[in-house]
Structure formats: structure tokens, C-alpha cells
Design a protein around this ligand. Structure first.
Ligand code: ZN
Length: 248
């Protein structure tokens, strides 16, 4: 498999919720390394303090329409992360998955064709069931694996870029996580976290620090050299749809 621009493998990174603090902490690191980012946005919560009681990110300001469009102008992309970030079921699928896409597109005045499963993978089956009717070309999960050119675009895997992993799988941060696997297989790594902060993650199982994000990008560029395509996920999906003759 040869990826766009003749590259051998692909690296992407995504931030769920789209906290405005990304502008202060993550975005400067992206600019320094030339890596495009991506935000998964809750459709009902653009430019307001996050209202998800019980979430580690509750109360944090979310990027505004203008801020999001500014990031998109420098190569970032977006996905829909449901209407309200509840657990998804067939009962709420119409509101959370189908209608939320129109709400987010109206709020941002731009097309949104990727869905990012909120919470955990238990919410995946209802998304899979309605995604094509709802007009999505792709779905990102939190199943930890490397994608390839053959991966089902409606079940994209993401690699948690977190400071620690929950018990019983105690595990330290690994800046090389899955990179050599992706290089060997000609694959596509999509990292995910929420809002990296200096020195201490907001939640060690949901985030890394800005130092760890920097370390990750350094390793991607060091081991990837000229062979890695630093890509925004929607652009990779568009490439696969065009190249592979896929019909979605
Ligand atoms: Zn989320």
C-alpha cells in the first residue's frame, strides 16, 4: 500500500470534546511539528462550558465556531461526537447520531461526515446500524489497534495516548506505541486523548501531558522520517474512498 504523496504509513491524532485549552497547550505543539489535529465535537456544546456532569472535563470551555473554523483553515478536521455524550442506544440513535449531524453542520457551517463514538465501545452498535443512512463515511471507535487500507471505515481503531492505563493493565506511557507495527504493516495510527496539559494530565487514563505529546510527535517524526504521512483523519478517509473505489 502506498498512501498519499507516496508515503508508507500514516499518523493522525484526535482530541475528544474539543476543549478550548487545546489552543493554549496542544495547538502550539502541532504547529511546531507540522502535525494536523482533529476535534471530536458534541453537537450541542459548541463555544459553551461543557455540560456533562460526572465527566472529568465538565465545566471546561469548548472551542467556539470561529476557533474551530480557524483550526480547520490550518488543516485540522472535525467529527461528530453525538448530541449530548450519553450512552448510545437504538432508542436515542435518531437524536444522538442522525439529527446531531445536522445540528453540528448548522453550528459550524461545514460538512461533517465522520462520527466518533462517545463513552465506550458499548455505544458502537447503534452507530454502526444508522451511520450510512445518517450520511457518515466513517466511524472512529476506541478499539486500540492500527488501521490499514483494508480496515472497515465504519470501524476505525484509535490508540489511547494516555499517561497511564487503568487497572489491572498497569502500563507506563510509551511514546513508540504501535508506531513500528504501523510502519511494518503500512498502517494508520489514530491517536486519541482529550486535552493535554503541562506536567499533569487532567485524568491519567484519559490524557497525556504536553511533554508526552511532544515526545510522541518527536518519535513519530524520528522513526517515520520521510515515510510517514501526517494526516487529518477525514483526509485519509477521502483518500481511501477515492483510491480504493469504495462506494461510501
Ligand atoms: Zn467523549
Amino acid at each position: 500500500m502506498v498512501w498519499k504523496h507516496g508515503k508508507r504509513w500514516v499518523y493522525s491524532v484526535t482530541y475528544d470534546e474539543g476543549c478550548a485549552a487545546l489552543l493554549d497547550y496542544a495547538v502550539p505543539i502541532h504547529r511546531r511539528f507540522g502535525v494536523p489535529g482533529h476535534v471530536a465535537l458534541v453537537a450541542s456544546q459548541i463555544g459553551v462550558p461543557r455540560n456533562c456532569p460526572g465527566s472529568s472535563y465538565d465545566g471546561m470551555m469548548i472551542l467556539s465556531k470561529g476557533e474551530i473554523r480557524g483550526l480547520c483553515a490550518e488543516g485540522w478536521g472535525v467529527s461528530n461526537h453525538s448530541m449530548t455524550h450519553v450512552a448510545l442506544t437504538m432508542e436515542n440513535a435518531e437524536e444522538e447520531i442522525v439529527r446531531s449531524r445536522a445540528v453540528l453542520e448548522d453550528a459550524l457551517e461545514m460538512p461533517v461526515r465522520m462520527f466518533c463514538v462517545p463513552g465506550n465501545n458499548d455505544s458502537y452498535p447503534p452507530v454502526r446500524a444508522v451511520a450510512e443512512r445518517a450520511g457518515y463515511t466513517s466511524i472512529m471507535t476506541i478499539y486500540d489497534d492500527v488501521n490499514t487500507a483494508e480496515t472497515d471505515l465504519l470501524r476505525l481503531c484509535r490508540v489511547p495516548l494516555h499517561a497511564e492505563y487503568p487497572p489491572p493493565f498497569y502500563s507506563a506511557f510509551d511514546p513508540y506505541k504501535r508506531l513500528h507495527q504501523a510502519m511494518d504493516r503500512g498502517g494508520w495510527v489514530i491517536d486519541y486523548c482529550h486535552c493535554p496539559m503541562p506536567d499533569r494530565p487532567i485524568h491519567p487514563w484519559k490524557d497525556c501531558t504536553t511533554q508526552q505529546l511532544t515526545e510522541r510527535f518527536e518519535r513519530v517524526l524520528r522513526v517515520g522520517g520521510d515515510e510517514v504521512w501526517l494526516a487529518e483523519p477525514n483526509e485519509v478517509v477521502e483518500y481511501l474512498l477515492a483510491e480504493g473505489g469504495r462506494d461510501r
